[in-house]
Design a protein around this ligand. Structure first.
Ligand SMILES: Cc1cc2nc3c(=O)[nH]c(=O)nc-3n(C[C@H](O)[C@H](O)[C@H](O)COP(=O)(O)OP(=O)(O)OC[C@H]3O[C@@H](n4cnc5c(N)ncnc54)[C@H](O)[C@@H]3O)c2cc1C
Ligand code: SF4
Length: 474
């Protein structure tokens, strides 16, 4: 029986099969060490580090590759963590093909990229094993406090930076565990949960206070937080699932991607989830149809396979070349047995008291729109019904209406509902209230949330420093 552990990319198939069957950790560690050194020494130190410019954190990749190639791992770790709060997490889940690795000069000359993400992960995993990763130990304690709403990568990156400067930091989250989508969105086979949980503990050990299970706007009023803290950072992400209409759209058996993934992640922690136990959010033995072509859809299909679904199909209205999700993820899903049904759009759902199929319109790609992307057009008379026991909608996310939910005036939002900020300082229209991550950008990436969180922390510290110097001068 195949164990679903993700072996490093490029691992020879024989070794990968051994790793899947046997002592994964040992084989992996030995392989990762040899591979990291080999890959790092492939960096040509080209002097035009496009990898670095295309990394949202502008990580000093050539330097840490050189240090790794020379076996100077502790120094490599020092360089790597100077610009990235969670290097081992980015190394695991950044879409490197679109960022650092896609712009590696060696890749562009046709010789295959240096596997930068895998090396970054290896450096920091080693740092954890060796005890080089240390909690914040500020030289001075500052009296000012910062309240951070949202314990995703944006909020946590800011919490880390602010605490290291000595500020008193409280992070509020409506979930029972910190980590945001790194805990309850992204599946464990892509990002192991203990990797995130040890980061949460490190923050706690460094003096960050977590107030979990607190929904701001419900359990605590936003205004109350403003009165309690000297500055606020909103890092709440985007959680309003895009929906589908059409006949039968309200039938049971049609699930939201995040409900499905959250239940799966919670059961991975050993929690009891009633809807999973009842089979409502469990794909075991079922015909599963996932609608969507992005990375969330890929996570749903791959989770369904791991839960033992009898078949998994993914419907997408464009073709393979035009799908938004990573091609690497599609290839992984196909290898695992997922069937992609390209040029297929849902028109409605069939079933009496429960959905048992999707009514599918066949599409073709027509003329390009203003963005140059070909528009899907329906082929008349080609509809058919795709049978399904579970249908998962994975169509993306929009921001919740925070000013309304929190009953707060003056918190300006864009026409997409994301929070408006000054792009240099991340400050919102409200004095002393900052925002970062997906709630500002719209659904994006962990690495961008980390960058925003770090920048917002700098701006918050500058603002509190300026206030403190005015008070001192008075
Ligand atoms: C299924 C899925 C898979 C993904 N895979 C990847 C991937 O492989 N690689 C990648 O780079 N990115 C991936 N992403 C995107 C990435 O997870 C997000 O871009 C990133 O987590 C955004 O960080 P954030 O801190 O802005 O928000 P989030 O991670 O969403 O965290 C926001 C936090 O705020 C909390 N919150 C919200 N409202 C309130 C409130 N009113 N009161 C208290 N707390 C509140 C939430 O509970 C949550 O914990 C994926 C996203 C999804 C949905
Ligand atoms: S943070 Fe992401 S983009 Fe930057 S070097 Fe690491 S894997 Fe590449």
């Amino acid at each position: 029986m195949l164990k679903f552990v993700d072996v490093p990319r490029g691992m020879p198939e024989k070794r990968a099969a051994e790793a899947r069957r046997g002592d994964f950790d040992e084989i992996y560690r030995e392989y990762a060490a040899a591979k990291a050194e080999e890959q790092s020494s492939r960096c040509s130190q080209c002097g035009v580090p496009y990898c670095q410019t295309h990394c949202p954190l502008h990580n000093n990749i050539p330097d840490w590759l050189k240090l790794t190639a020379e076996g100077r791992l502790e120094e490599a770790y020092a360089v790597s963590q100077a610009t990235n709060t969670f290097p081992e997490i980015c190394g695991r889940i950044c879409p490197q093909d679109r960022l650092c690795e896609g712009n590696c000069v060696i890749e562009q000359s046709g010789h295959g990229t240096v596997t930068i993400g895998a090396v970054e992960k290896y450096i920091t995993d080693t740092a954890w094993e060796e005890g080089w990763v240390k909690p914040a130990a500020p030289r001075v304690e500052r009296p000012e406090s910062v309240g951070i709403i949202g314990a995703g990568p944006g909020g946590l990156a800011a919490a880390d930076m602010l605490r290291r400067r000595g500020f008193q930091v409280t992070v509020y989250d409506r979930y029972d565990r910190a980590g945001g989508l790194m805990i309850y969105g992204i599946p464990g086979f892509k990002l192991e949960k203990d990797v995130v949980m040890r980061r949460n503990k490190l923050l706690e050990d460094g003096g960050v206070t977590f107030e979990l299970g607190k929904d701001i706007g419900v359990d605590i009023a936003f205004q109350e937080l403003r009165e309690k803290h000297d500055a606020i950072l909103i890092a709440t992400g985007v959680y309003k699932s895009r929906d589908l209409g059409g006949p039968g759209a309200g039938l049971p058996g049609i699930l939201k991607a995040l409900d499905y993934l959250t239940a799966s992640n919670k059961t991975g922690f050993g929690d009891t989830v009633a809807e999973f136990e009842s089979g409502e959010l469990n794909a075991n033995g079922k015909k599963v149809v996932v609608i969507g072509g992005g990375d969330t859809a890929m996570d749903c299909v791959r989770t369904a396979i791991r839960q033992g679904a009898s078949s998994v199909k993914c419907l997408y209205r464009r073709d393979r070349a035009n799908m938004p999700g990573s091609q690497r993820e599609v290839a992984n899903a196909e290898e695992e047995g997922v069937e992609f049904v390209w040029l297929s759009a849902p028109k409605g759902f069939v079933g009496d008291d429960r959905a048992n199929g999707v009514r599918v319109a066949k599409m073709r790609l027509g003329a390009p729109d203003v963005t140059g992307r070909q528009t899907p057009e329906e082929i008349e008379g080609a509809d058919y019904t795709e049978p399904a026991d579970i249908i998962i909608k994975a169509l993306g996310f929009d921001p919740e209406d925070l000013p309304k939910l929190w009953d707060v005036e003056g918190l300006d939002v864009t026409r997409w509902g994301t929070i408006k900020t000054d792009h240099r300082t991340h400050e919102t229209a409200l004095d002393g209230v900052f925002a970062a991550g997906d709630i500002v950008r719209g659904a994006s990436l962990v690495v961008w949330a980390i960058r925003d969180g770090r920048e917002a922390a700098d701006a918050i510290a500058a603002k509190l420093d300026a206030r403190a110097s005015v008070v001192a001068a008075e």
